[in-house]
Design a protein around this ligand. Structure first.
Ligand code: PXG
Length: 290
């Protein structure tokens, strides 16, 4: 497996970075998770724009242009002969000393890993996920913007541990006001009547790219898309609930806190949305040849 590391393709065993890299010492860096489907990189421009916005927000200058980054991603995919891939792009502050001061880090570290994707097991797409509300709240947006896809995912990892401890697949995270924010690596949606509802990003949810795709597809499903504050009460009374994310795509939720959602089976709107989503991933994206 070839890894892109600071301008070169290297073998996996040679893809090493310094223990003084601030990405490791302080979680000082940003990342993106992207997918390619049959040689089409899905929403590549959107992911690259978000990566550069995350970097801008932490005053990190990515040492290459957006076009250069796109070329590096495609080069890595080709080198690994991957038609379908999960692409992880990481930019760290780089090597510094044992102090927070980012001025000591002269060269950001850039690496790109392309690998086969491990999805949730197929039966969960057919039967739906069970999720639980966890005690760990989403980071306060006033303290650290949830729009920054930073290398510090401890907030989400603690939530994931709590979900696993309760034998659930995913954690439903609330914000400081008890409002539904998102899951640990996915946005949350509900269907009620003819409305497709997701919380606004201002309450502490990432502006997910799959989330936006689902909102864009709502009219095809004759659903009215709404960004609205939602509580657990709303989810318990929803017809359908599902999650969206680059890794999970669109996955139905059939139980929350061991309470059955809707009729306990993946709903019609969710299943139709999954179909429409697959159509988009088959036809849209940045094409590369192997
Ligand atoms: N919320 C959070 C907190 C995320 O990290 C999403 C929502 C979904 O966004 P996209 O743009 O992917 O639709 C994410 C996505 C993974 C993984 O490998 C995914 C994410 C982060 C870390 C790991 O499953 N992010």
């Amino acid at each position: 497996m070839k890894i892109y590391l600071n301008g070169k393709l290297v073998e996996k065993q040679d893809a090493k970075i310094s223990v003084f890299d601030h990405g490791l010492l302080y979680g000082d860096g940003v990342f993106e998770g992207i997918r390619s489907y049959n040689c089409l990189v899905f929403k590549l421009k959107e992911h690259i724009d978000r990566l550069y916005s995350s970097a801008q927000a932490i005053v990190l200058k990515i040492p290459m242009s957006k076009d250069g980054m796109i070329k590096a991603i495609v080069t890595t995919l080709k080198a690994n002969k991957l038609r379908d891939a999960y692409i992880r792009v990481v930019v760290t502050r780089g090597e510094g000393d044992l102090g927070l001061d980012p001025r000591k880090c002269k060269n950001p570290t850039v690496f790109i890993i392309t690998d086969k994707i491990v999805l949730y097991p197929e039966e969960l797409y057919r039967n739906g996920l069970s999720i639980v509300t966890v005690p760990t709240q989403r980071n306060l947006p006033e303290a650290l913007s949830p729009q920054i896809k930073s290398l510090n995912y401890l907030n989400n990892i603690l939530a994931k541990i709590e979900a696993i401890n309760f034998n659930a697949e995913e954690a439903l995270m609330l914000n400081q006001n008890g409002l539904v924010a998102e899951c640990t690596g996915d946005n949350v949606f509900m269907v009620k009547g003819d409305c497709l509802i997701t919380p606004p990003t201002s309450i502490g949810a990432l502006a997910g790219i799959t989330r936006q795709t689902a909102l864009d597809l709502s009219s095809k499903l004759k659903l009215k898309a709404q960004e609205k504050l939602i509580t657990r009460y709303d989810l318990f009374n929803a017809d359908e609930v599902f999650l969206t994310g680059t890794a999970a795509e669109i996955i139905p939720v059939v139980s929350i806190d061991r309470r059955v959602i809707g009729n306990g089976k993946p709903g019609k709107a969710t299943l139709n949305l999954i179909k429409e989503f697959h159509k988009v991933t088959k036809t849209e994206g940045v094409r590369y040849a192997l």
